[in-house]
Design a protein around this ligand. Structure first.
Ligand code: PA5
Length: 423
């Protein structure tokens, strides 16, 4: 379950005044009659997904665990951010894990790819190349180098260690995978990249990392059921959707996603893509930004407290941390920390949150929307991503924008291809 607390949001109006508009858009989403409605496959995905393929994902994940020390996840944007967000959020930092996951194909940095190839030289490697279009240059280029590395290292057996997730027929990756004999998984036509973490795009790397994808899908399923209700008093995703628009009307142009756990940094990256790519169109939309506190209180905190009043904060709160510890007492108290002796580390993090909330809201006049989940486990990850999908659809339709396309992304590609001499 996801709880939304508005008691620090400094709202000037009443959320419930939007009920009629929410009813209308809810119908539009569920009747699949709004802009971009070809991409609403995520809406009832837990009813419709291919159960045989899901089993195949689990089998492939087990095989990868046996085959490899390192799994290279080769993809960009929606084709890798969800898996990375899930794996980092659920396992936490320095997890006891036999499989190391390395993300490639998401940059043109010559140093990044060269160093990865050097690093994996003497390791056992498996690869999951993920591209819906099968033509994304960052991914395709890295995959060419990786393919050569794998073929040199493993000869004909390379194809048993490479798994391709792509469109069922379009693009260049599918024919390549068929020709080489890679096992393939399908990215459904009606689910866009930034919604695809609940398809094999996210599920294969997540399962290979040792995470329970049945629990993850149960979270998605429960959210699908519980958030299928237009009533603003009962639908936390729609409340969040409306509040974003209300704060925008109150003059805010930046939404800053705040977490107090370093293993949620990639959840924030995933969230930024989801909201930025979905609503930043036609000169509209809130700029999604992110910080990780208390770390960034020592860098960005000054701006949030005292800078231009452009932003509000959306704080993700977690009731139960993955790990906790107790501060030891020390004779002599030379570092003067004995006032914390016997306290838990998570309690201290809580106090940092409470103090920051008061500083930003009361002294800084910065609205804070609080989103709370119980734990950072697979179930809550599944629930949370669906919560954000649903909120996103509502919030972006409120702007009268198509949430599901990304025409602006093509502009840099066109220029780059001209400069690269692509025919
Ligand atoms: O959300 C999106 O549509 C994008 O971020 C894509 O996922 C990203 O551009 C990668 O595209 P592809 O999977 O076609 O390689």
């Amino acid at each position: 379950m996801v709880k939304v607390d508005l008691s620090h949001a400094l709202l000037e109006g009443n959320v419930l005044d939007y009920q009629e508009e929410v009813n209308r858009i809810h119908e539009m989403i569920h009747q699949k009659s709004g802009k971009g409605n070809d991409y609403l496959g995520w809406l009832d995905w837990t009813e419709n997904y291919d159960k045989d393929e899901f089993e195949r994902v689990k089998q492939a994940a087990k095989r990868i665990q046996k085959q490899a020390d390192v799994l290279l996840v080769c993809g960009i944007g929606g084709s890798y951010l969800g898996a990375r967000a899930a794996i980092e959020m659920i396992q936490g930092p320095f997890a006891k894990n036999n499989l190391e996951v390395i993300y490639v194909g998401n940059t043109f940095s010559s140093t990044a790819i060269t160093r990865v190839l050097e690093y994996i030289k003497d390791k056992e490697v498996a690869v999951n190349v993920i591209s819906k279009s099968g033509t994304t240059t960052e991914t395709a280029l890295a995959f060419r180098l990786i393919r050569h590395f794998m073929e040199e290292k493993y000869g004909e057996q390379a194809s048993e260690r490479i798994y391709a997730t792509t469109d069922k027929e379009r693009g260049l990756l599918k024919p390549l995978a068929d020709q080489k004999g890679y096992e393939t998984f399908v990215i459904p036509d009606d689910i866009g990249g930034r919604f695809s973490v609940i398809t094999p795009v996210g599920l294969l790397p997540i399962a290979a990392a040792g995470i329970d994808i049945d629990a993850l899908m149960q979270g998605v399923k429960d959210a699908t059921f519980e958030l299928n209700n237009p009533n603003l008093e009962e639908n936390s995703a729609y409340v969040y959707a409306v509040v974003r628009r209300m704060l925008e009307k109150q003059g805010k142009s930046v939404e800053m996603f705040v977490s107090y756990e370093s293993h949620l940094v990639f959840l924030a990256e995933w969230w930024k893509q989801l909201f930025g790519e979905s609503e930043g169109k036609e000169g509209k939309g809130l700029l999604p930004a992110s910080v990780n506190f208390s770390t960034d209180l020592h860098s960005m905190g000054q701006f949030v407290q005292d800078g231009t009043k452009v932003l509000f904060e959306t704080v993700i709160r977690v009731d139960e941390p993955i790990e906790d510890g107790i501060v030891p007492s020390e004779e002599g108290d030379i570092d003067q920390l004995n006032y914390l002796a016997g306290k838990s580390l998570n309690w201290i993090n809580e106090k940092a949150f409470e103090g920051t909330l008061e500083a930003h809201e009361v002294t800084g006049n910065v609205p804070n929307v609080l989103i709370t989940i119980e734990k950072t486990d697979a179930y809550n990850f599944g629930y949370l991503v669906y919560f954000f999908f649903k909120a996103l659809a509502m919030s972006v339709y409120m702007l009268d924008v198509n949430p599901f396309d990304q025409p602006g992304v093509e502009v840099y590609k066109k220029n780059m291809f001209r400069l690269l001499g692509k025919k």
